[in-house]
Design a protein around this ligand. Structure first.
Ligand code: BGC
Length: 363
């Protein structure tokens, strides 16, 4: 009996949290699901969506999945019950999201994968993304442009294996770094899997998985920090000195960079990043992060909303490329990226109105 009362109470609680939406059927046109509020990158997207939404006659609701595929599914169910016609979703986990978007498809909703491609399902209609291979290439090129001598120490880090982008970023970086690893310019110090594959100019998905499995940050600052600490503890003095560090995004770049900065045997380091997060822009101004790849979320949010609105109006979506998600070729709209260093930070991020100079010191 006690168990039954407990179950009823839990059900009542769930209804009070999520059940209200059933009454609101047909009230939202476009649903947007973003992966987490805990990373500045997705707050940038939220802010950009909000300014685009302000200019449309359509109703839009943005929900966050807080790094959980279960919350993501609930969010999708909530939006389905509100009658959305288009779902724009940046998935927490590329494969796990497949089942959830299939629910949306069954309800007749058009699914747009946003920034991260949902994999191994037919239920993705479109993909709106930055050119993620070129993000990795820009990182690799930055390190390559700054290496002056042979036998320089290279430390490799990657994103979460559950995010298809982590593969694209690493593939891009490998395209540029591998020839320089093969000719002895760079020496990989922290991945036996990458060393074992260093003669391969192109890596298969399985080969990439092996390396990413070893050097993943899981997109988590703490994981990034403890991996970097472990790598530097294991490295000899000769394997430190001037270091070249492939960090997969800004949050992890700051954690990894702080670890390198604190090691007495590291004389200097070049470190990559992406997203132009405010904290990393400040790190770049202060000389603590070398570069970031700026992905203009104004463009991405606008493209996704334009696509959603075109589809609601029965018009054709504008696409320029296709991405294979393991189940189909997904028609996609792709946006280019810009490398930001200390030299152009003002031009690209302040003068374009993306940030205000008052958000930084020492500009
Ligand atoms: C995004 C990056 C972001 C990372 C971690 C990737 O899918 O493309 O911009 O830094 O996820 O959230």
């Amino acid at each position: 009996m006690k168990k039954f009362v407990c179950m009823m109470l839990t059900a009542a609680l769930c209804l009070s949290l999520f059940g209200g939406v059933a009454l609101a059927s047909g009230t939202v046109d476009i649903g947007i699901v973003l992966p987490t509020k805990d990373e500045p990158r997705w707050l940038q997207d939220q802010a950009r969506f909000e300014s685009v939404i302000a200019d449309t006659p359509y109703t839009v609701e943005v929900l966050f999945s807080q790094g959980s595929s279960a919350v993501e599914r609930t969010n999708i169910e909530t939006l389905i019950s509100k009658g959305i016609k288009v779902l724009i979703i940046c998935a927490h986990d590329a494969d796990a999201a497949g089942l959830s978007v299939e629910l949306a498809k069954e309800a007749g909703i058009t699914v747009i994968s946003y920034d991260r491609l949902i994999t191994n399902t037919e239920a993705v209609d479109y993909y709106v993304t930055f050119d993620s291979v070129s993000v990795g290439e820009a990182m690799g090129k930055y390190l390559a442009d700054n290496v002056k001598e042979k036998a320089q120490s290279l430390y490799l880090y990657a994103g979460a294996a559950s995010d298809n982008n982590a593969f694209l970023f690493f593939e891009g970086a490998w395209n540029i770094l591998q020839p320089l690893i093969a000719d002895g310019t760079f020496v990989i110090r922290n991945s036996s899997e990458a060393v074992a594959l260093q003669a391969e100019p192109k890596l298969t998905r399985e080969q990439l998985s092996k390396i990413i499995g070893q050097v993943t940050t899981e997109w988590d600052f703490n994981v990034a920090k403890s991996k970097a600490e472990a790598h530097l503890t294991a490295a000899t003095k000769d394997e430190k000195g001037l270091c070249f560090v492939l960090a997969p995004n800004d949050g992890t770049a700051r954690s990894i960079g702080d670890v390198f900065a604190a090691d007495a045997d590291v004389n200097g380091y070049y470190i990559t990043g992406q997203d132009a997060e405010i904290a990393s822009v400040q790190y770049i101004i202060d000389g603590k992060q070398s570069m970031t790849v700026f992905k203009d979320t104004r463009t991405l949010a606008q493209d996704a909303m334009d696509m959603a609105i075109a589809l609601i109006k029965g018009e054709e979506a504008k696409t320029d490329v296709t991405y294979n998600n393991g189940a189909k070729e997904v028609p996609s709209k792709q946006t280019a990226v810009t490398v930001v260093t200390k030299d152009n930070v003002k031009d690209v991020l302040i003068d374009s109105g993306y940030y205000a100079s008052s958000q930084f010191t020492g500009l």
